[in-house]
Design a protein. Sequence first.
Length: 459
Amino acid sequence: MLEKLLLPEIQELIANKDEQTLRETLNRWPPSEVVALFSELSDEDDLAAMRMLRGPQRARVFEYMDRVSQQKLLASFSEAEVGSLLNEIADDDRTALLARFEEVDQQRMLRLLDDEQRALAESLLQYPEDSVGRLMTRHFVSVRAHWTVQQVLDHIRQHGQDSETLNVVYIVDEENRLIDDLRIRQVLLARPNQHLEELLDQVFVALRTTDPKRSAVDVFRQHARTALPVLDAEGKLLGVVTIDDVLNVAEEAATQDMQKLGGLEALSEPYVTTPLMTMVRKRATWLVVLFLGELLTATAMSYFEDDIAKAVVLALFVPLIISSGGNSGSQAATLIVRALALGEVTLRDWWWVLRRELGSGAVLGAILGLIGFLRIAVWSLFSDIYGPHWLLVGITVGCSLVGIVLWGTLSGSMLPFLLKRAGLDPATSSAPFVATLVDVTGLIIYFSVATLVLTGTLL
């Protein structure tokens, strides 16, 4: 990579304060490569290099940075530098940035904007935090249906330089209501004297300002678009959302789901900037819940204390039994949560999923049960660790594994459906939560099977 090859040279330019050469070099690079370079430099060198960038280039580089790097730079800049930067970056990126600050800091930064940009920023910040309105930009190209293709092209040349995307042209009426949209390819291939109304089919896909951000991800995926218009309740075109912002939403949603599946509350900030006590609180809540759940395991064990005293060999397989059920449940929960997130299955598919997991759980349980039985049988050929009734012990373990793995699979697959039906996030059915649930019930299944098989011999 270019930044790797020139890293020593860049550091030398900064050390020698050769601002002219540094400025010429960095302003020629793509913004993504400048950001990659910054990750190799110290914070002091980052600041020095950032100040060498010209306005548009500096704004693009800043937009490519992660949250932590952005906040470090803003903290190091003077108010004049912060104001200049906030006026230059795209309005959707600026909205996302300002939303991360407390009210006092947010208002202070808004005062650094010029009047036009401040009004725009305040209007976007009025939308709910989780709405599409927070993602949109007001920079787009709109035209009228009675225009000719040549008029449209002239309009794009005159006003398109500030547009977020030129892949799509939006056709509006006199009241700014969206009539249709056209791919730029359709415009370029049409005759110059042809009117746009001859090209329209009035079939388009649009988002609403109040739509949840996650729903925008599904719409983009379904229709394979790079940009979508955003309308208000009256159908007026207010802005557009582009694919880069939607990818950020998808990444953030996937990160939160992974954190919840890991058994903690989703973090609202990156890991490196989350305060220690906030991290402890986010993790402690679920740990306490899971700990209290595991106490039920001790209760279940105490209930079968007499059976364990009579047949100590049963205790040898308790970790094997409960871990197998927990693992199968965690697998099923992970698969179903992800399938629900991607729209591969819906609530009405629960019966189909139940039958599918019933079959897979039975097969998986049979595989583990057979392995468990063979393990006991083979060991009994060379030792008497399992006693004279090793065959019954093997049957107990094998049958228990079938039942526990089957139960774990069904629990893990159905719990996300129950949570979603109750209006909760299916990702809350985390792997540790499912494992804890199956641990308790698995012990009951195990010792119940042992009672049936071993009564009259070991019990």
